[in-house]
Design a protein around this ligand. Structure first.
Ligand SMILES: Cc1cc2nc3c(=O)[nH]c(=O)nc-3n(C[C@H](O)[C@H](O)[C@H](O)COP(=O)(O)OP(=O)(O)OC[C@H]3O[C@@H](n4cnc5c(N)ncnc54)[C@H](O)[C@@H]3O)c2cc1C
Length: 586
């Protein structure tokens, strides 16, 4: 099987040419000691680690999976050693707060590192991704005592994090969870209940596992407004940070599933386990959303990472495989067939602007938490609110589609295990489901972020896109795309206003078009970012790089971008088609 190579040229182009990260961060003192050279070196090291350590155990991890024995979970061979190296080289702490031992690097760099790790071995990286999410929630909402006790070992990677929301009867609808919390003494609670599908709920690579668990206090209001968030360690922690006695937290079993087989998906039992409140009573969902928004971006990046691997593996196969004849009647490499070219370019069409959006969002997180100006912080936070559901759902839908294209490029060889493509499809599928299904993300976008929005969330995005439209174009491809984007943005705005006008009277029917609307928005954003990339192709990149970009941008403009019009028409003409029928006729 071919290997994976981190797309460092692409990443450095985005960092330095497209988003000029060093200039953009000039006003952010926290990052003033970092520069382009350091970012480049970090990405190179991440690439080496992913290529040499993680990718070689990706397929074996899939074939072996995790094993469950009497409450303990064994990760696949090689994971433990890889994890030790992962920690020794400092990857768990890249964007962590220096006060707790983090390296304080920008989130913008972290999102690129995440893509590289997900590309090479999604199952492995999920353990760290969930730890990072738990770290964020404790950092934002935990007491000083909890922060100083728990965050340093999490940043060292000695302790991992897990997120306990889902119960057998409560998935998308967390308002009906049954897990209970009873205050036993001031500041301490007894947590009882069973959580299912908990990623990394139990595993053998760390000394302790920090569970963030949603539970309800006895007098809590019904529904989502009665949920509180608790930190529940697998092993209790003494005041000096050393490990104490075990808590009443146990793993009942692990799931046998379609993909991400090296990632343990656990049933977790909490039996009067000792827990500590994070944030305020009954405001648990709010605190959890700190973690979930960043986790949603991270899961979106899972889609990008797997799409990139699919592109690389399928392209290298297409360059080698001879089958059929080319237009001159000679034996052809399959990359010469137009349908194969279509599938390869289609993968790039979405992966490259998605990577650009992930980086842009990483920058918004940095601005939101570190910029000295309150107005800038607020604008970044509003952009994140709008873009998070789009990134999560669009990146993972397109990531899954890319992996399917990858299998198709290889024909029958894509369907068998040897080449690794079928694993990518199975690993990519889950990203459309967890962290809130893509259907739920689409509703969040359409209902909360657009139709009920009072802050003008979309207007920030419109403004940024319109500024790009005013920039001089540098090539014919950019000129064509500029005009297509201007027309599509007009159609999208028009459809948005139509949806808002009709929402009050026909809210239920309109929710049937939420996924189409999210995909229209995703395409508009891809159009904006393709244009921004074309407008920033300058003397710092090679002629070959310029040609590659122009080719894929042209493909996007003609083969993908017209879909905005289709989505807009579908929304207006077909919005009632899912809502009017009786259940039994569906
Ligand atoms: C491998 C794996 C790992 C996971 N890791 C974790 C984890 O670490 N922690 C954790 O807490 N959970 C985890 N989950 C759970 C995951 O987040 C849930 O499976 C997901 O949120 C969906 O919930 P559900 O499975 O109960 O589906 P349901 O909520 O029953 O949804 C079924 C279908 O109905 C749709 N639907 C539901 N409600 C609505 C609505 N109001 N409007 C429109 N459509 C709706 C959904 O989109 C979906 O298509 C994991 C799941 C898996 C499979």
């Amino acid at each position: 099987m071919s290997s994976y190579l981190a797309p460092l040229d692409e990443m450095n182009f985005l960092l330095n040419q497209v988003f000029s990260i060093q200039n953009s961060y000039e006003k952010i003192g926290d990052f003033s000691e970092f520069d382009e050279e350091l970012y480049k070196a970090i990405l190179e090291e991440a690439g080496k680690f992913a290529q040499n350590v993680l990718f070689p155990i990706n397929r074996s991890g899939d074939e072996e999976g995790c094993q469950f024995d009497n409450g303990l979970v064994k990760t696949p061979q090689g994971f433990k050693e890889a994890y030790q190296e992962f920690c020794l080289t400092g990857w768990p702490s890249t964007s962590g707060d220096p006060e707790y031992g983090g390296q304080g690097l920008p989130k913008a760099i972290h999102v690129l590192v995440e893509e590289i790790m997900y590309s090479a071995n999604t199952s492995f990286y999920l353990y760290s991704s969930l730890t990072n999410g738990a770290y964020q929630a404790i950092h934002a909402h935990g007491s000083d005592e909890l922060k100083s006790l728990y965050l340093p070992p999490m940043l060292e990677g000695r302790w991992s994090g897990a997120m306990g929301l889902t119960e057998s009867h409560a998935g998308s609808d967390l308002g009906i969870i049954k897990t209970k919390a009873i205050e036993s003494e001031p500041g301490k609670y007894k947590i009882s209940g069973t959580k299912i599908f908990i990623t990394g709920g139990e595993q053998d690579m760390v000394e302790n596992i920090v569970h963030l668990v949603l539970a309800k206090l006895p007098d809590a209001p019904e529904g989502p407004k009665g949920i509180s968030l608790f930190l529940v360690p697998k092993i209790k922690v003494n005041a000096d940070g050393s490990l104490g006695e075990t808590n009443n937290v146990s793993c009942g079993s692990i799931e046998h599933k379609m993909g991400i087989k090296g990632s343990a998906t656990c049933v977790m039992n909490f039996d009067e386990a000792e827990g500590y409140l994070i944030g305020e009573v009954n405001k648990g969902l709010f605190a959890m959303f700190t973690m979930m928004n960043l986790e949603r971006l991270s899961i979106g990046i899972q889609g990008i990472g797997l799409a990139e691997t699919s592109y690389q593996l399928s392209k290298s196969y297409a360059l080698e495989r001879t089958q059929g004849r080319n237009s001159q009647g000679q034996a052809a490499k399959i990359i010469e067939h137009t349908d194969i070219r279509r599938m390869l370019l289609s993968q790039r069409s979405y992966t490259e602007p998605s990577r650009a959006l992930a980086l842009f969002m990483g920058m918004q997180v940095d601005i939101q938490y570190h910029h000295p100006d309150q107005g800038e912080r607020q604008k970044a936070s509003q952009l994140m609110a709008l873009l998070t559901p789009i990134a999560k759902a669009f990146f993972t839908d397109k990531g899954y589609e890319a992996c399917n294209h990858g299998v198709q490029v290889l024909g029958g060889h894509g369907y068998i295990r040897e080449w690794g493509l079928e694993q990518l499809v199975r690993d990519a599928k889950i990203a459309q489901i967890y962290e809130g299904t893509n259907g739920i993300q689409a509703q969040d976008l359409l209902v909360r972020k657009v139709c009920l929005d009072k802050q003008g969330l979309l207007s920030n995005l419109y403004q940024i896109i319109e500024e790009e439209l005013k920039n001089d174009t540098r090539c014919s491809q950019a000129e064509v795309l500029n005009s297509a984007l201007s027309q599509s943005l007009h159609d999208f705005k028009d459809t948005t206003e139509w949806l808002k006008d009709n929402f009050v009277q026909r809210g239920y029917e309109i929710q049937g078009c939420a996924v189409d609307y999210l995909h229209a928005a995703g395409h508009i954003i891809c159009g904006w970012l393709w244009l921004k990339m074309l407008n920033n192709l300058n003397e710092n990149v090679s002629d070959e790089f310029v040609d590659r970009k122009k080719l894929a941008a042209e493909f996007f403009t003609h083969q993908c971008f017209p879909l905005v019009k289709v989505f807009c028409e579908q929304i207006k003409s077909g919005y009632q088609s899912t809502s009017n029928a009786r259940n039994d006729l569906i």
